[in-house]
Write a protein of this length. Structure first.
Length: 312
């Protein structure tokens, strides 16, 4: 698990790596860490990196709590645990996730979705590091480390009154920001090639690393889903690859769709038509009769379109 983690950590790019290494000594403390970044930027990966970089915690549990997945009415029983007979159906005592993570790391994901009631309970937990099981009479202390993730600006949310300011300041002891993929273009190629090599091994394929043409196409696209979107794109294309190169036809169409406001309708349709015919052309090795049959048009039509779009 740890070797895989550090392999995957390399894909986040040199910028984040250097940024985090500045805090390496501080990461061994008990201070709460707040990680802010768009969806898909690798917040959980960083949280796990923090956990495994801590010599005192790396062999202890890493417990993830996704806030929206736990309803407000069961938050305490799920997170703090409960004693036998605490409520109907509690036929035995149960450890909460805080207790399970003892001396390890608790990763609270999507904290921005915490209700006011949940925020209040988290504030007390982080302030005093004590909690009580549902139906219990004694308080318990946790020595776990808390790492928090959000995809919104919590400072701004607190200013607008949508998030408790006292909780925000308790969370943001160490505040790490993960830039979006579009803000670090140099990492896009590194990450894409990393996944090509990874999936070559997984799928027993031999897809070539990106060439100049492929690089240009990847850099044109904005990757709003960040690393997760790039990873899923590479995996999908490699699963269905029919040659030793990634098929970027789908990416070109997505890129054109992103830029619809800057091109005319005719230009967009023309791009789609060219990509479609070019793809069939490659699949049929340039045999016009077969291309015509595949797209349901005449051979003269195909010749016309090949000339029109400069496909040779």
């Amino acid at each position: 698990m740890q070797n895989t983690l550090f392999q995957d950590f390399n894909i986040i790019g040199s910028y984040i790596g250097e940024y985090l290494l500045k805090y390496k000594s501080l990461l061994k403390l008990d201070s709460t860490v707040l990680i802010t970044g768009e969806t898909g930027t690798g917040k959980e990966l960083i949280a796990r990196w923090i956990h495994f970089m801590d010599e005192t915690r790396k062999d202890k549990p890493f417990v993830k709590i996704t806030i929206p997945n736990i309803g407000e009415n069961i938050f305490e029983s799920e997170v703090f645990g409960y004693e036998k007979g605490a409520f109907t159906g509690a036929i035995s005592s149960k450890k909460g996730r805080i207790e399970i993570a003892e001396n390890g790391t608790i990763f609270l994901d999507e904290i921005e979705n915490a209700t006011p009631s949940t925020q209040s309970k988290l504030l007390q937990l982080l302030e005093d590091r004590i909690y009580r099981k549902v139906g219990g009479t004694e308080y318990m202390r946790t020595e776990a480390r808390f790492v928090i993730a959000t995809n919104v600006d919590l400072y701004e949310e607190a200013k607008q009154g949508r998030f408790r300011s006292d909780l925000y300041y308790r969370l943001a002891v160490l505040d790490l920001y993960l830039p979006a993929l579009r803000e670090r273009e140099g990492d896009i190629i590194e990450i894409a090639n990393f996944y090509i090599e990874k999936f070559n091994s997984k799928f027993c394929k031999s897809i070539k690393l990106l060439g100049k043409a492929e690089i240009n196409e990847l850099l044109k696209y904005k990757w709003s889903g960040n690393i997760r979107e790039l990873r899923n794109f590479v995996e999908k294309q490699m699963v269905f690859a029919e040659s030793d190169k990634l098929d970027l036809a789908e990416l070109k169409l997505k890129c054109a769709a992103q830029n619809l406001g800057s091109i005319s309708y005719e230009e967009y349709i023309g791009r789609m038509e060219r990509e479609y015919i070019e793809k069939i052309y490659r699949q049929r090795n340039g045999r016009v009769e077969e291309i015509a049959e595949a797209i349901g048009m005449s051979a003269p039509f195909v010749y016309k379109k090949l000339k029109e779009h400069g496909i040779k």
